[in-house]
Design a protein around this ligand. Structure first.
Ligand SMILES: Nc1ncnc2c1ncn2[C@@H]1O[C@H](COP(=O)(O)OP(=O)(O)OP(=O)(O)O)[C@@H](O)[C@H]1O
Ligand SMILES: CC(C)(CO)[C@@H](O)C(=O)[O-]
Ligand code: BAL
Length: 282
């Protein structure tokens, strides 16, 4: 496995893997890998001839009061995991390698970036769209793999690829969970034992909605209120948002639920923001 700290090294490592119709899958990550990331890598291995991964805690997607400095990191362990999964090359730049000191160009999905998580994390999706565009340009993958856990991020990336005619196929992978239902996330290690014990409440609320809705027709407003009440009773949980949106466009909805909708949850436990989502049908 080639470990590349510069763009030039990455381009050199990938050059022999291109051509002859070979497919190259990219798995972008911020490191501190868990089985959710490895599920993306395994899907990429199944779909593509070669797999590249990136590990970069991207400063431009963190707000000034967010957890950039305390974001968990363990590059050595990450590299061993990626090597064991048969990854051909890993891109591991530092911020100075990634961003020109006079960098001024950004990529932004002007509507999608500003709604939902975009209101909790202003500027976040512009940072994501910009760094993912840069990764696509550096790696030039035929396919790229993202988790559906970050549902809005996936929508932002699909929109950006559509609007800018970026020649890459985006693949969304189902959320991998701990046995108690908590969605795997690098930030889970920062939960206190009490908060970790309470955190499966997000999964429980989604599961409740998924099983209740087909038997018990509800309006958007009733479902949103029921989920908010369930989450608010969870010890230590500060509910940030419960949104129920069109599963394809993320457009706001009102009234009776007649088609599949996505439930998007954001809940803070201490200073850790957890998100989860589920598409449910009436
Ligand atoms: N539980 C999961 N199942 C499937 N994919 C996941 C899961 N968690 C993260 N991913 C995906 O892995 C990729 C890299 O995500 P990232 O490195 O930010 O990990 P994370 O665990 O989501 O960390 P964070 O705590 O920052 O949310 C993204 O495409 C993300 O959607
Ligand atoms: C896609 C991504 C690697 C861009 O920094 C990040 O947002 C993530 O890990 O989901
Ligand atoms: N998984 C999304 C990256 C972030 O939270 O910044």
């Amino acid at each position: 496995m080639d470990i590349c700290r510069t763009k030039a090294q990455m381009r050199r490592a990938l050059a022999p893997l291109r051509g002859g119709g070979a497919t190259l899958g990219l798995v972008p990550t911020m490191g501190y890998l868990h089985d959710g990331h490895l599920a993306l890598v395994r899907s990429a291995r199944e779909a593509c001839d070669h797999v590249a991964a990136s590990i970069f805690v991207n400063p431009t997607q963190f707000g000034p009061t967010e957890d950039l400095a305390s974001y968990p990191r363990d590059a050595e362990r990450d590299l061993a995991l990626l090597e064991a999964e048969g990854v051909a090359a890993v891109f591991l730049p530092d911020p100075a390698e990634m961003y020109h000191p006079d960098s001024e160009t950004v990529v932004d999905t002007t509507h999608l970036s500003g709604i939902l998580i975009g209101t909790l994390r202003p500027g976040h999706f512009r940072g994501v769209a910009t760094v993912v565009t840069k990764l696509f340009n550096i790696v030039q993958p035929t396919h790229a793999f993202f988790g559906r856990k970050d549902f809005q991020q996936l929508a932002v990336i699909r929109t950006m690829v559509r609007d800018l005619d970026i020649p890459v196929e985006i693949v969304g992978i189902p959320t991998q969970r701990a046995p108690d239902g908590l969605a795997l996330s690098s930030r889970n290690v920062r939960l206190s034992p009490e908060h970790r014990a309470a955190a499966p409440a997000l999964f429980a609320a989604l599961h409740w909605a998924e099983t209740t809705l087909p038997r018990n027709p509800m309006t958007i407003e009733e479902l949103q209120a029921a989920i908010t009440t369930r989450l608010s009773g969870t010890p230590g949980a500060a509910v940030q948002s419960v949104d129920i949106r069109d599963a394809d466009t993320l457009a706001a909805l009102t009234g009776p639920i007649a088609a599949p909708v996505v439930i998007l949850l954001a809940v803070r436990f201490g200073d850790v923001l957890l998100i989860d989502q589920r598409v449910v049908s009436p």
